[in-house]
Design a protein. Structure first.
Length: 550
């Protein structure tokens, strides 16, 4: 039994999740469900990033403490993930004492190992607001591409920045031009890890292409030492005398949440976290699931911290999504040009959302969410192909065979070998992070099963050749049972219904057989048709909400 660690990115607790962000998180749950079904020992953790500039800015705008903002959105995130069927072993938050202690422990470990040093720097200071500005509070012109950028990273060219790199700087709070003042901070000697990280990245397998390309670029440009503390009022205290009032920088603190959440899970469950984290454990595979904008923090910064700690397992697989646009335009939370997860969950089936974000998500390239494609995808694939096959098979048995599976055999059909092979093929694709291909492969077999049903015409053979009818329906039931296994990582709610219909006792990643004579449980439709008129309704709602935010 292998140990599988899955770390899902930590969303900022400063606003609701939108579908673009959800698309980058969902692969983590698919992986977790698959590996559990396979029988591996899985630890899947994440949480809300409750520190950092986005939370503090939102709190300032609303005139409340940052903790109020963090509480609100942490509760909302946890509720959304539960309704979407996410199976975190622990979904926690960064603003609690346990996380603070672990982060401070790691900080001191890096300090004791000689990986941190003190240096006086010029930090951006706003004389209007009378405070040193966090990097995200500073906006200016990117020195690489010339676009407007934040003080930590350019969203246009993905360059990691320091506020000092920007020209034409302004304060995000008041819009005035800031000055620079000297202040002392700790730096991590990233440059000393350059060769070790180059070797690590060169050996890496199972990284998405964007992670490979961006990591190579950063390494070729050379890794600069970076400050790991900041003059902030909200965050994890620096556990060093003389640094009172300073905080551990959120970019080092947030990624440390994977380790702190694992240790918190262990303390609460009575289990051990070491088998998932020990550098010497040979049966560990660590997946990290996030968006393209988080690549350097998972492919370079976090590995550097783990190397500095000395005894912790490095990331193996980086599952980093590209961007998702909305109706052909970039998602903009400030303009309310977004489909918000709490809102879409109030009107649509969670499996419909999960299916679209995997089948049409930004796995290898930027993709677009449109209401037209979402509704057509639901009606055509989920309802028209999958739901239709399940419903017409089981409803026919309920009507014509008293609700009991008719007798038959797979011996003279190739379906058992086909389905057995499908487990192997789809499983390998999932392990490789190619979830879109895995889902399409399974749906190709659903289309094949529908064709089989149509060609065998059980509604005709029921009258003319009852044995042939029984054989057809017996085979279709076996296909349905195995689809419930194969699709469970993607469509857990629909598959749970099927498992109830067929009284399947345990989810597994291997061929499932349903005995003849089994009484099928109470049937219900897997999916309801969505009226095409909803496309215009949703498009209008989106446009109106954007106009209202101006």
């Amino acid at each position: 039994m292998a140990h599988i660690f899955i770390g899902g990115a930590w969303p900022y607790a400063n606003g609701s999740l939108h579908l673009g962000r959800l698309a980058s998180l969902l692969p983590g749950d698919v992986l977790a469900r698959y590996f559990r079904a396979k029988g591996d020992d899985v630890l899947y953790v994440s949480g809300s990033d409750c520190h950092g500039t986005p939370v503090a800015v939102q709190a300032l705008q609303e005139g409340v403490p940052p903790s109020h903002i963090a509480d609100r959105y942490h509760r909302e995130f946890a509720d959304c993930f539960e309704r979407l069927g996410f199976t975190y072993d622990l979904y926690t938050r960064t603003d609690q004492p346990f996380h603070h202690r672990v982060v401070q422990e790691l900080f001191l470990k890096l300090l004791d190992g000689g990986h941190l040093y003190k240096q006086t720097m010029l930090q951006t200071y706003c004389e209007t607001d009378r405070q040193f500005l966090p990097d995200r509070y500073v906006e200016g012109t990117c020195p690489v591409c010339g676009n407007r950028a934040r003080g930590d990273q350019c969203d246009y060219c993905s360059t990691l920045l320091d506020p000092a790199d920007l020209s034409d700087k302004t304060c995000k709070l008041c819009g005035n031009r800031p000055v620079e003042r000297p202040t002392e901070h700790y730096y991590i000697a990233l440059s000393r890890f350059q060769q070790e990280l180059s070797d690590y990245a060169g050996r890496a397998e199972g990284w998405r292409d964007n992670a490979v390309r961006l990591t190579r670029r950063y390494l070729e440009e050379g890794l600069p030492d970076r400050a790991v503390t900041r003059d902030l009022s909200w965050g994890v205290d620096v556990p060093v005398e003389g640094f009172e009032g300073k905080k551990i920088y959120v970019w080092i603190e947030a990624v440390s949440g994977y380790w702190s959440a694992s240790r918190q899970w262990a303390e609460e469950s009575g289990r051990s976290w070491e088998p998932f984290w020990s550098k010497d454990a040979g049966d560990v595979t660590a997946y990290y699931v996030h968006g393209k904008d988080n690549v350097p923090f998972h492919s370079l910064i976090w590995p550097a911290l783990l190397l500095g700690a000395g005894d912790l397992h490095l990331p193996d697989k980086i599952v980093s999504c590209e961007y998702m646009t909305l109706e052909g335009k970039k998602i903009s939370t400030s303009r309310n040009w977004a489909v918000w997860v709490p809102d879409v969950l109030s009107r649509y089936d969670p499996d419909s959302i999960r299916y679209f974000l995997i089948a049409n998500g930004p796995e290898k390239r930027d993709t677009d969410f449109s209401w037209r494609e979402f509704i057509y995808s639901h009606n055509g694939e989920l309802l028209g192909a999958f739901g239709n096959f399940v419903n017409r098979t089981l409803a026919f048995i309920a009507k014509s065979f008293g609700g009991r599976v008719p007798p038959g055999t797979l011996a003279r059909e190739d379906w058992e070998s086909v389905l057995t092979g499908l487990y192997a093929q789809a499983g390998q694709l999932i392990e490789d992070g190619q979830l879109k291909d895995a889902l399409e492969l399974i749906f190709a077999h659903i289309r094949r099963a529908n064709k089989y049903f149509d060609e065998r015409k059980p509604w005709v053979t029921f009258k003319e050749d009852r044995a042939a009818c029984e054989q057809t329906l017996f085979v279709c039931v076996q296909v349905i049972a195995n689809l419930a296994n194969l699709l469970e990582p993607f469509l857990p709610f629909a598959c749970a219904k099927i498992q109830g219909f067929l009284r399947l006792k345990k989810q597994s990643w291997q061929f499932a057989a349903v005995p003849a004579g089994l009484e099928i449980g109470q049937l219900e439709l897997l999916f309801e048709r969505i009226a095409p008129e909803r496309i215009e309704e949703e498009t209008r709602r989106l446009t109106e909400s954007t106009s209202a935010s101006k």
